[in-house]
Ligand binder design. Structure first.
Ligand code: GSH
Length: 199
């Protein structure tokens, strides 16, 4: 059975878990306490030299890091990753956007504030990251006023990747009330077949 090494409350880990739930793919969740350094032990580093979760083990001894690589690998051949060359590229566009323009700000602020509970320690970094996070949310809002899902009319792994940290952005202090189209989209995503909430 597929194994997913993850940390409860991590949006990056939720992404492949959500996809596998929606595809009806059984998997085993193995908790890795990153706050206790469990992703930095020699044994873990032998599996992922980057020392981060999520880590997917689709077959014994075969390890895949990077949440969005997992989404592509797992969704291959399904409607969640369209085959059409243009649609496929649009999905990838959002996945790269998520990693470069969204997650480093929206997820990181939430990590400092909500997971580590160190808002005071990181106040200067938070002040720097918040406008960049809002800029990413602005980009999403603009697209979602045009199309029901990020890559167009169908729900894809682009939506899963961006749902993961957008739906909990308020935990880092982001005001989602500013974004009516994002809020409607969040509702649409929770209504898709086989949706499971992040635990
Ligand atoms: N780009 C990676 C980011 C993974 C990442 O940042 N993981 C964090 C938790 S969400 C982590 O493992 N932090 C612990 C550490 O770096 O020691 C992905 O999308 O999978």
């Amino acid at each position: 059975m597929i194994r997913l090494y993850g940390f409860t409350g991590s949006g990056n880990c939720y992404k492949p878990a959500l996809l596998m739930a929606q595809m009806g793919t059984a998997f085993e969740w193995i908790e890795v306490d990153i706050l206790a350094g469990e992703s930095r032990t020699p044994a873990f580093l032998a599996r992922n030299a980057n020392g981060k979760i999520p880590l997917l083990e689709p077959a014994p001894g075969q390890f895949l890091a990077e949440s969005n690589a997992m989404l592509c690998y797992l969704a291959e051949g399904s409607a969640y990753l369209p085959e059409d060359r243009w649609m496929h590229a649009k999905v990838l566009e959002w996945l790269f956007f998520e990693q470069y323009s969204h997650e480093p700000y929206v997820a990181t602020v939430r990590f400092w504030v909500h997971i580590q509970k160190k808002a005071d320690t990181f106040s200067a970094k938070i002040a720097e990251a918040m406008p960049r996070g809002y800029a990413a949310l602005d980009v999403m809002e603009r697209q979602l006023t045009l199309t029901p899902f990020l890559a167009g009319s169908v729900y894809t792994i682009a939506d899963m990747a961006l749902f993961a940290y957008t739906h909990v952005a308020h935990e880092g202090g982001f005001d989602l009330d500013r974004y009516p189209a994002i809020q409607d989209w969040l509702q649409r995503v929770t209504g898709t077949k086989g949706f499971v909430p992040m635990v």
